[in-house]
Design a binder for this molecule. Structure first.
Ligand code: SF4
Ligand code: SF4
Length: 95
């Protein structure tokens, strides 16, 4: 399921606007590698998941070191839509 959403997200969201930010998809297992490898300390692990509290250098190191290919860059609106689809799918699979 996660690959389905991640592929969908990659295809349909190409050039995020200025309000874009990083986020971790459902494939994130909380390993913390992105936090350790960020050269500027912009990533913080909160309750086992990475957050990007402020804009950064956009060096892309976090995305390249993630062992689960779980890091994406998108607008707040598209991130909300991503989680809406994930939650909807999870609810359907429980029915
Ligand atoms: S893009 Fe670079 S600076 Fe920004 S959070 Fe990722 S690793 Fe850190
Ligand atoms: S490196 Fe990837 S899997 Fe590990 S905490 Fe960061 S986003 Fe999650």
């Amino acid at each position: 399921m996660s690959s389905f959403f991640n592929n969908l997200f990659k295809k349909s969201r190409s050039l995020p606007g200025l309000d874009a930010r990083f986020f971790a998809t459902v494939d994130c297992d909380g390993c913390g590698e992105c936090e350790r490898r960020c050269p500027t300390g912009h990533i913080k692990m909160v309750e086992g998941r990475p957050v990007w509290p402020k804009p950064c250098l956009l060096c892309a190191s976090c995305g390249s070191v993630c062992p689960n290919d779980a890091i994406r860059y998108a607008t707040e609106k598209d991130i909300e839509e991503y989680w809406r689809l994930v939650n909807e799918s999870q609810q359907n699979s429980e029915e």
